[in-house]
Design a protein around this ligand. Structure first.
Ligand SMILES: [Zn+2]
Length: 310
């Protein structure tokens, strides 16, 4: 009998769910609904439960290992809580995991969304050949996931890998986390947009607009991506110097701007990391796109089972 996991990716705008079997086959195209974030906790949890139930019914003939849910924000792994989520504040400090588990009657594993994406890339994406990697997701914010020996590195509470909050510029712009000059204040879509505003590139420009300006030869726009690249380079050099992993991956909505930020990123990494200059360390684009989080989330229960049956 085929064994499969259900992965859920709860984003600020979309709620997606998919059934994926032990060999990494997506069993059907993912369910995709708008996240009803205005509807509050009950609406969002109700939508998660409904999506999972639909997949449970659809694949009744197969064995369900469990459900993994990737959520934005800091999580407390043992308690199954989300402690800080900008998009979904009403899910904070509520026993999300236990509540969903009770409604579904199926084991649930809660995970940070970037951690889930990192695990997905390790399982079926750009990191298939390695056991250790770091993934940085460059979107509205910057997320991070660290995979050690094929598993998510959690730290004491489940909050390890919050790489968007690495300090890059001690005097940089304030961040919602309480720090100044966090990576995500320089290398996210939001950061690109506010840099464009500060450099008088135009009002209400989206990061995509800034990208098109850069591609069209606008020097100021290109400089913004160089600044983003330098910030990423500092962060990645620190990560290489810390971990000496073979692979560092970048993913997310800012990836199309690779050609504009990668040169300054690689230059910075090279300058700041002896290990990088003297090894085959790879810095590459992730492969699974926005499916990575779903793959990782679905893999969580499958991987968990394998660990326990050892
Ligand atoms: Zn921060």
């Amino acid at each position: 009998m085929t064994e499969f996991g259900i992965g859920v990716d709860l984003g600020g705008t979309n709620l997606r769910a998919a059934a994926i079997d032990r060999d990494g086959n997506l069993l059907d195209k993912p369910i995709n609904v708008d996240t009803n974030y205005l509807g509050g906790r009950e609406a969002v949890i109700g939508d998660i439960v409904a999506a999972v139930n639909r997949l449970k019914v659809q694949f009744e003939g197969s064995r369900l290992a469990g459900v993994g849910i990737g959520v934005p924000g800091f999580i407390r792994l043992r308690e199954g809580f989300i402690t800080n989520s900008n998009n979904l504040p009403y899910l904070e400090n509520f026993p999300v995991r236990d509540d969903i588990e009770r409604r579904l009657g199926t084991p649930i594993i809660l995970e940070n969304d970037a951690n889930a994406a990192a695990l997905g890339e390790t399982w079926m994406g750009a990191g298939k050949e390695v056991d250790d990697l770091v993934l940085l997701t460059l979107g509205t914010g910057v997320g991070g996931g660290i995979i050690l020996d094929g598993k998510v590195l959690h730290g004491a509470l489940g909050m390890a890998g919050e790489l968007g909050h690495l300090t890059i510029d001690p005097n940089g712009p304030p961040c919602g986390c309480g720090n100044n000059g966090c990576l995500e204040k320089i290398a996210s879509a939001t950061a690109v947009e506010s840099m464009a505003y500060l450099m008088s590139l135009g009002d209400n420009l989206t990061s995509r607009d800034v990208y098109h300006l850069a591609a069209g030869g606008n020097i100021k726009a290109q400089r913004i991506f160089q600044q983003m690249g330098r910030a990423l380079g500092i962060a990645i050099a620190n990560l290489i110097n810390t971990f000496n992993f073979p692979l560092y991956l970048l993913s997310g909505g800012m990836l199309p701007a690779w050609d504009y930020f990668a040169p300054s990123m690689l230059e910075e990494v090279s300058r700041r990391s002896f290990t990088y200059r003297n090894s085959q360390t790879r810095i590459e684009q992730a492969k699974l796109g926005n499916l990575a989080g779903l793959y990782g989330a679905a893999y969580l229960p499958l991987q968990n089972q394998a660990l326990h049956s050892r």
